[in-house]
Design a protein around this ligand. Sequence first.
Ligand code: G
Ligand code: G
Ligand code: NA
Ligand code: MN
Length: 252
Amino acid sequence: LGLLGDLRRALDAGDVELHYQPKVGFDGHVAGLEALVRWVHPDRGRVPPDEFISMAESSGLMPRLTEYVLETALGQVARWRADGLEVPVAVNVSPRDVHTPGFAGAVAGRLARHGVPAGALQLEITEHVLLEDPQRAADTLAGLTGHGVKMSLDDFGTGYSSLVHLRRLPVSELKIDRSFVARLAVDNEDAEIVRCTVDLAHSLGLLVVAEGVEDDETWERLRDLGCDAVQGWLVAAAMPPDETTAWLRARG
Ligand code: G
Ligand code: G
Ligand code: NA
Ligand code: MN
């Protein structure tokens, strides 16, 4: 498959981009930015992330992709900080990464090299990290939080979400999957699911971010349900670095 080799070369050449999507509180404060990879293939054009991420996952290229994303994101965070913009950035990591021996120490090393405090980095994981070797995963996550890195549980509510996972994972934030958020304003069951998730998360001391917020009505419902922050096209889509800088400055 030529696409895999092309991705590997693009990573080596620095031809894969990160875009950044804001997470914003209901009072307007910027809680953070999520880094999202973007790859424009020279012949095929834009390749959907879902496509090349699952390819990287199944082919063994994921550690290289994550290393690239962490390096790029931390470099950007360091530049923003030097310019007085102190916004935390979230990087998505895959189960494969969490099971890579030495991952926690490697992340700490990268933070140190970039002169970025651990509190400026967040890692988004999914419950899939507990599928393979829950103990190894728990140890790695404990190592990361021990270094001061904040963990966020992504796509909550999809797949096989369970309370056991919530209890076992040292996360400080829970992201409600956009499949529940999308029809929140028109579907009572989705609204109830979101309400229960917010209450559960809060009772466990977690912050709640709703993904995929596209309209004002959904924003208002989430605010009324006590959600802490939103992410979605209503606020901003993922933006290239320069546009993100301008967006952050315009926000004050
Ligand atoms: O914007 P969007 O199409 O980028 O994202 C599609 C999917 O790809 C989402 O599930 C998102 O979490 C995932 N994704 C985006 N960027 C990264 C990344 O850098 N690493 C990993 N592992 N997943 C990512
Ligand atoms: O799995 P993860 O939650 O990281 O996926 C994020 C995905 O959701 C990305 O593909 C991103 O581009 C997309 N996304 C972000 N905001 C919105 C939104 O408001 N609506 C929709 N439909 N997708 C969104
Ligand atoms: Na994510
Ligand atoms: Mn998600």
